[in-house]
Design a protein around this ligand. Structure first.
Ligand code: FES
Length: 145
């Protein structure tokens, strides 16, 4: 069933025309996160050269807000340094989309988590310590409508 929520034009645009959708076969980092309540899953693929995210793609099985936020986060980090990417939070992604209905804010958490999880995987694959904290979000108690 389609969401009947008041989404901004930008959210609808990214939902209907997602940017950077797909996967990178030889990705340097891959992160998969999910929300156990709604069952939505987001997978993020990164290509990194000299600390710059030169390519990023995603696959999301989820609601409109999950797809829009994954699409937006890929646009926000492409061409940016890892340090800049780590400054991105679910709130900045939601703001870039012109806001999300409060009940859908938690969907944007998946976008932040998927990015951080892929970066963590990148450092692990390089045999380097992960230079940032795992925020360890949980979705317990959140409603996913
Ligand atoms: Fe599950 Fe949006 S992420 S409803």
């Amino acid at each position: 069933m389609a969401d009947q929520l008041p989404y901004s034009e930008k959210v609808m645009d990214h939902f209907l025309n997602p940017r950077n959708c797909g996967e990178i076969k030889d990705a340097d980092g891959i992160g998969t996160v999910g929300n156990p309540i709604c069952g939505d899953v987001m997978k993020m693929f990164l290509k990194i050269e000299n600390n710059i995210i030169v390519d990023i793609k995603f696959k999301t099985f989820g609601c409109g807000a999950a797809i829009s936020t994954s699409s937006m986060v890929t646009e926000m980090v492409k061409g940016k340094s890892i340090d800049e990417a780590l400054k991105i939070t679910n709130k900045t992604v939601a703001e870039a989309l012109g806001g999300l209905p409060p009940i859908k804010m938690h969907c944007s958490v998946l976008a932040e988590e998927a990015l951080r999880s892929a970066l963590k995987d990148y450092y692990t694959k390089q045999g380097k310590p992960v230079p940032f904290e795992d925020k360890g979000h949980t979705h317990e108690g959140e409603k996913c409508l």
